[in-house]
Design a protein around this ligand. Structure first.
Ligand code: URA
Length: 434
């Protein structure tokens, strides 16, 4: 709450009226609004009206930049210049089966580019990187800044929880947007993501902006606009930034969950794994390395010859995890088989994500635990020919009572067309923006 007697520079109602009437907020007004909201002078009800006005009427590029800078200024800013090596990070807008961070971090770190990957937990149908990694026995997500720096210096890469010190205004604003129907506003998404990434202090940043049924922005035009806005924000802040627009209509890889996604990531690090996971990991690694000054790095070779795997094992160990320990396995499974011969032509990401969530792989409330062994293993991908009775996917859960609700989510989510039906999928990486 404000200090009694302190004189505030602006009145929140005036600012809300300006945005409501499609006006532009000045830099000073945005700075004050973010600061006053962070310290509790502007209340949630006023900020809700403001976020809805922004949702409906948008913001200019200048306003988005000011909002991003104001959110960065609300907290600490990290600085990796003392590491003596370039840094690169990746942010994904989130998808089903998206475990790319797990193989990507050690792959890029294997080339001497430090990767400070500050990550979050999942909420809703998209999983969180930390939840996945916590399936590794002993692995610890919460590191102090000193531990994080030490790991970056010694191992060259770290995946850990983003502390609450980075852009705290965003934490408060994001929680408000979540309950006021204002998450999907491009100025608010762009400033939210980029304030955290710029405050994190990475030198280079690659954005994996998803489009399609399993993405939170469904159509590619909106994703493109988001990507362009974020790339500009990054560059304005001196971060070498580019974005890939990638298809999230179909789950990525064959594993959706936590422990099974770690297992699949380790397969990729061992030189195998599903083709789409390898393709996206390699594409993002090339982008990160190019932005960090290593355009000629042979990333495929580092997956095949064990360099990326060695880095994975070292970084897991550094955070208390045992890379050789058995990962959790669910108590119950339920396999769904093909009803007829044909070609699998549809496998919608969103319902598969919701089903995995209902099995216990995700959480409905921030404080809920996840079940690390719960999830879905796909046995066929769109374009595959299947025979009647052949397994299509297996659900795993600790409580069999969860299967029914998961199966309800999957009703109509996949389709088998008659044998010989032609199938063509668009490219996984649709565009590069940078
Ligand atoms: N992720 C974020 O960090 N912020 C958003 O607004 C949306 C996704």
């Amino acid at each position: 709450m404000s200090t009694a007697g302190a004189v505030e520079a602006f009145d929140a109602v005036d600012l809300i009226r300006t945005k409501r009437d499609k006006g532009e907020l000045s830099t000073a007004e945005i700075d004050w609004l973010v600061d006053a909201y962070t310290r509790g002078y502007v209340g949630d009800e006023q900020m809700s009206a403001m976020t809805m006005a922004i949702f409906l009427n948008g913001m200019t590029r200048r306003e988005i930049k000011d909002l991003t800078l104001a959110m960065i200024a609300s907290g600490e800013r990290m600085d990796f210049s003392g590491l003596g090596k370039p840094t690169a990070d990746k942010h994904s807008t989130g998808g089903v089966g998206d475990k790319i961070t797990l193989p990507l971090m050690p792959l890029v770190a294997a080339f001497g580019v430090a990767v400070p990957q500050l990550s979050g937990r999942g909420l809703g149908h998209t999983g969180g990187t930390l939840d996945k990694l916590e399936s590794v026995p002993g692995w610890r997500a919460n590191l102090s800044n000193e531990e994080m720096f030490a790991q970056l210096r010694n191992e060259g890469g770290v995946i850990c929880a983003a502390g609450s010190g980075l852009a705290p205004a965003d934490g408060k604003l994001y929680a408000l947007r979540d309950i006021t129907g204002t998450v999907e506003a491009i100025p608010l998404i762009a400033s939210s993501i980029m304030s955290k990434k710029i405050a994190e202090g990475t030198g280079a940043l690659v954005l994996d902006v998803k489009f399609g049924s399993g993405a939170f922005l469904k159509d590619i035009e909106k994703s493109r606009e988001l990507a362009r806005t974020m790339v500009e924000l990054g560059r304005d802040a001196g971060v070498a930034t580019s974005a890939l627009l990638t298809d999230m209509n179909v789950p990525l890889g064959l594993a959706i969950g936590n422990a099974n996604e770690v297992r699949e990531s380790v397969e990729v690090l061992a030189g195998g794994g599903p083709a789409d996971i390898v393709e996206l990991t390699v594409a993002l690694a090339r982008e990160m390395l190019a932005l960090a000054g290593r355009p000629d790095a042979d990333v495929e070779a580092a997956l095949k010859d064990g360099r990326a795997m060695d880095k994975w094992r070292a970084t897991v160990r550094a955070q208390g995890g045992d890379p050789d320990a058995a990962l959790p396995v669910a108590r119950e499974t339920h396999t769904v088989v093909a009803e007829a011969d044909g070609v699998l032509v549809e496998q919608q990401a969103l319902p598969f994500g919701i089903a995995a969530w209902r099995l216990g792989a995700g959480r409905a409330r921030k404080q809920d635990p996840v079940q690390h062994a719960a999830g879905i293993d796909l046995h066929a991908k769109p374009g595959d020919e299947v025979r009647a009775g052949q397994p299509l996917f297996t659900l795993s859960a600790d409580e069999p009572a969860r299967f029914e609700r998961a199966l309800e989510a999957l009703d109509g989510a996949y389709r088998i067309a008659p044998p010989g039906t032609a199938f063509e999928r668009g490219p996984l990486v649709a565009e590069r923006i940078g």
